[in-house]
Design a protein around this ligand. Structure first.
Ligand code: AQP
Length: 344
């Protein structure tokens, strides 16, 4: 069955947005606006799967929204809102909790990493996170989902949930006139040279909001001096940059910095090494500082301006939520009919 092509993706308001979120996700959100109808969500319900200070969460939600706008997402042509304003996310997540299997969730590596050794003490929400993520995407019957590499497994689970729902309820789906499949199997869009940006302190660890060291990441709100300092201090190895991309495989820190440069410049790693192969890190880092400041500086400045006006940001979120709700309600009414819930 042909589904209307639609993009959905989300970002958690769990702290400072960093270069990994930007290159792995938000840059792609911006580019996809020309090709699809897009829905971009600040996923505050995901955020509370680990403790969030309730006095801090609204600020973080507005800051992610400001980042979306500062990076070039158009909230009039597309939809920008925060998840908790559309109740369909929670409703559909419950249905999906009853579709997804324990064995599927037990395999999720993000839960294992985030719960750590003290698994008994992790929230039920953290465990069920992938069901809610499947609901986020499928509530809008989205067909394409731009994410970083770390979300690939959750996207596969989303496809499994959609497939199982379509199979389990096949007779009811057809009986209610929805054709053969109610949910699309959404395609992950994980492309380009920076699908997994690594920590500046350790090239084998993902750049992350929750890393204790601020020097591990470049935040979108960092000023030029801070960006320069973090790049200068970034871990490297003692050798000059290779001319051949294959040699990056055994050099995670070099690979990461070259990948960042390539993504920011809109070039390939091979192309960047064509220019910098044989150069010392000091020269390459100087070029990376200039490029990073040129690309990120205006975004950080615009974000700082936007967060000064929380009423405006809240109006963007309210308008987006209203438009999201129209699509969500349509899906939820159909899901309720398909599942056999009486409504009205
Ligand atoms: N290091 C990364 N490289 C590329 N993409 C990344 N993403 C996150 N980190 C990287 C992508 O950014 C989008 C939003 O991520 P999220 O807000 O859902 O949170 P996350 O993946 O849990 O990000 P963090 O920074 O690692 O947060 P914490 O520290 O709270 O766990 C997603 O598309 C993600 O793939």
């Amino acid at each position: 069955m042909a589904f209307k092509q639609r993009v959905f993706s989300g970002v958690q308001p769990t702290g400072n947005l960093h270069l990994g979120n930007y290159l792995g996700a938000v840059v792609k959100f911006v580019a996809l606006q020309d090709l699809y109808d897009c829905i971009y969500c600040v996923v505050d319900m995901h955020a509370i799967t680990v403790w969030q200070d309730p006095t801090e969460l609204p600020r973080a939600t507005r800051e992610v929204t400001a980042a979306f706008l500062a990076c070039g997402i158009d909230p009039k042509k597309h939809i920008v809102f925060n998840q908790s304003q559309v109740t369909g996310h929670a409703e559909l997540a419950w249905v999906f909790n009853c579709v997804a299997r324990l064995g599927w969730l037990n395999r999720m590596t993000q839960f294992k990493e985030k719960a750590g050794k003290d698994r008994e003490n992790a929230s039920v929400g953290l465990y069920a996170y992938p069901s809610l993520m499947a609901a986020d995407i499928l509530l809008y019957r989205a067909t394409h989902v731009p994410v970083g590499e770390d979300q690939k497994q959750h996207l596969e689970l989303t496809r499994d949930v959609a497939q199982k729902f379509n199979n389990d309820y096949a007779a009811s789906i057809t009986g209610h006139g929805f054709g053969e499949a109610f949910f699309p199997l959404p395609e992950p869009l994980i492309q380009g040279p920076a699908t997994r940006v690594m920590s500046l302190r350790d090239g084998t660890k993902k750049m992350s909001k929750s890393d204790a060291s601020d020097y591990s990441r470049i935040n979108l709100t960092d000023d030029a001096d801070t960006i320069a300092q973090k790049i200068r201090k970034a871990k490297t190895d003692p050798h000059p940059l290779p001319a051949d991309e294959k040699e990056l495989a055994a050099r995670p820190e070099a690979d990461n910095l070259v990948g960042i440069y390539a993504a920011l410049a809109g070039r390939t790693r091979a192309d960047v090494l064509g220019e910098f192969g044989g150069a010392q890190f000091s020269a390459f880092k100087a070029a990376l500082v200039d490029l990073s400041v040129a690309k990120l500086g205006p975004i950080g400045a615009e974000m700082k301006k936007l967060v000064q006006d929380p009423a405006y940001i809240d109006s963007v979120l309210a308008d987006g939520a209203e438009r999201a709700r129209v699509i969500a309600d349509e899906t939820m009414n159909a899901v309720k009919d398909i599942v056999g819930f009486i409504r009205h």
